[in-house]
Design a protein around this ligand. Structure first.
Ligand code: DOR
Ligand code: ZN
Length: 356
């Protein structure tokens, strides 16, 4: 057997799906992302939601103000802002977003699907057609949380049912609309994205590549593995890993890292969301290595995303080293703490940072 790869240098990656929150949580988590990624698509599910260009501009300013002071030649980080789609988002708002130059997508949360989604869309094809047409016309991508909210649909089937009930009719009506199927979790989703016609792509998280739903119940109930869309069966994890490592340009990196204080997850109705930003590239490298496909990490992390979004590739590189690290049991988050995904476990990879 050949020696395992010990070092891997790739073009600087981007995170195409990230929750940063605001205020002191933002200040606590942002350095984890800027240490590894050149850009990130910033999710707009704040309270209140980032539903206008003016709100996105203010949020962007907050993020830039929270940036860790640039150390020496540390590369800059660019937040790629998004708008939160509501039943009342107007076509004019889309034109303002396009003209802003800093808004790169509009996020669809079906109302009630996940954390801070109550202001989301109640009937996409009923209320949002004019707005979606404006997006199609100006090339603004729709970033989709692809789960139906119908309580009659089993939670493990919500992505597959969404494809039939929403994705297919939507894309039949608007075949040129750019769509990113966010945090894909099933074989059904992989097959759909791979085979669909027109401009469609998908992000895949590190946790959906590394774990199946057994992780939620490993020796007891494990709230820090709970996210939405929820982890699925092993056959789905394998399909995701195959897609992510295939080199197919429709699949790219989106951590969906979502910070919640420890207490908000460890309670009788715990929040959905896994925190992966601190160890993101080490987690992805671990998954790609397990698949024997480390050589395709660069396409997934650094090339496919800019290709779909029509942005240049980052200048600069990131180097990963095969050197073990243990994920800490908790991380400080302002006055609070959060528990990172895979706390206490060993990762075989780490990001090589410049010596201070
Ligand atoms: O698990 C999740 N957490 N899924 C989402 O869609 C939202 C996110 C959050 O904001 O915490
Ligand atoms: Zn998310």
């Amino acid at each position: 057997m050949p020696d395992p790869i010990k070092r891997l240098t790739i073009r600087r990656p981007d995170d195409w799906h990230l929750h940063l929150r605001d205020g002191e949580v933002l200040r606590a988590v942002l350095p984890d992302t800027t240490a590894q990624f050149g850009r990130a698509i910033i999710m707009p599910n704040l309270k209140p939601p980032v539903s206008t260009t003016a709100l996105a501009q203010a949020y962007r300013r907050q993020i830039l103000d929270a940036m860790p002071a640039a150390r020496g030649s540390a590369p800059a980080f660019e937040p790629l802002m998004t708008l939160y789609l509501t039943d009342r988002t107007t076509p004019d708002e889309i034109l303002r977003a396009r003209d802003s130059g800093f808004i790169h997508g509009v996020k669809l949360y079906p109302a009630g699907a996940t954390t801070h989604s109550d202001a989301g869309v109640t009937d996409l094809l009923g209320y949002c057609m004019d707005t979606l047409e404006a997006m199609q016309a100006c090339g603004m991508p729709l970033l989709v949380h692809g789960e139906v909210t119908d309580p009659g649909v089993d939670i493990f089937d919500r992505e597959a049912v969404f494809i039939d009930r929403v994705m297919i009719p939507l894309r039949a009506a608007l075949p040129e609309l750019k769509v990113v199927f966010e945090h894909l979790t099933t074989r059904d989703g992989v097959d759909y994205v791979r085979e669909a016609e027109g401009p469609i792509a998908a992000t895949i998280t590190a946790h959906h590549l590394l774990y199946n739903r057994n992780a939620l119940f490993q020796g007891g109930l494990r709230p820090h593995w709970y996210c939405l869309p929820v982890l699925k069966r092993e056959q789905h994890r394998r399909a995701l890993l195959e897609a992510a490592t295939s080199g197919n340009p429709r699949f790219f990196l989106g951590t969906d890292s979502a910070p919640h204080p420890r207490g908000a997850k460890e309670q009788d109705c715990g929040c959905a969301g896994c925190y992966t930003a601190r160890h993101a590239m080490a987690l992805y490298a671990t998954a790609f290595e397990q698949a024997g496909r480390l050589e395709s990490l660069e396409a997934f992390a650094s090339l496919n995303g800019p290709g779909f979004y029509g942005l240049p590739q980052n200048a600069g590189t990131l180097t990963l080293e095969r050197s073990e690290q243990t994920v800490p049991d908790e991380l400080a988050m302002g006055d609070d703490v959060l528990v990172p995904l895979a706390a206490g476990s060993m990762l075989p990879w780490r990001v090589l940072t410049d010596p201070d």
